[in-house]
Design a protein around this ligand. Sequence first.
Ligand code: URA
Ligand code: SF4
Length: 215
Amino acid sequence: MSDMNSIEEIARQVHSCTDCPLSNSRTNAVPGEGPTDAEILLIGEGPGYHEDRQGRPFVGPAGKFLEQLLPSIRLGREDVFIANMVKCRPSNNRDPLPAEIAACSKYLDRQIELVNPKLVVTLGRFSMARFFPKESISRARGKARKAGNLTVYPIMHPAAALHRQELRKAIEDDFKAIPEVLKLAASQAVEETGDIQSSDHSDSTTQQPQQLSMF
Ligand code: URA
Ligand code: SF4
């Protein structure tokens, strides 16, 4: 593989990639998009029907919801870098397989390196697992942590709220805390405390005593 020295070069390589079987069924690969100097990099799971058609991330129903969430932190989709774990659609929206995620990770790795965001926001369990493989989303959501040099803030996937109304508020609350998390990430407070609590979750699943000492 030739060097991936720019976001555009990564996109070119993704468009011609045949490194996993998802290349056989895709209409368009979806490399991801956004400013190379974005402070926030969002990572979803993989393209769905609409993304595969248009070659762009989060342009279907989950994307519509994301576009409602971003203004709550005074941002638009053009202000953030939006990527996915796999760049080609798993058919029937099945979960991406570990081998597909592994084959595709080189592209996301390089996107993260080039953008060098202040904050990585993982949407859903697949992108959370890239950084915190043993975590459960219900426990980890809404708390930023260091993963190497990165500050990673796991939240639920916006598509989850489409199917479960009761989760909508949790995503909205976690999303609204992003500016605060970003500020703390910039001030290195995450390193010092190991963990940032975004908001006072009052449900018992987030009140685990060991959460502050995990990393
Ligand atoms: N869901 C995702 O995880 N990614 C997309 O790009 C669209 C929907
Ligand atoms: Fe290549 Fe990733 Fe698409 Fe698989 S999902 S063909 S590894 S770009």
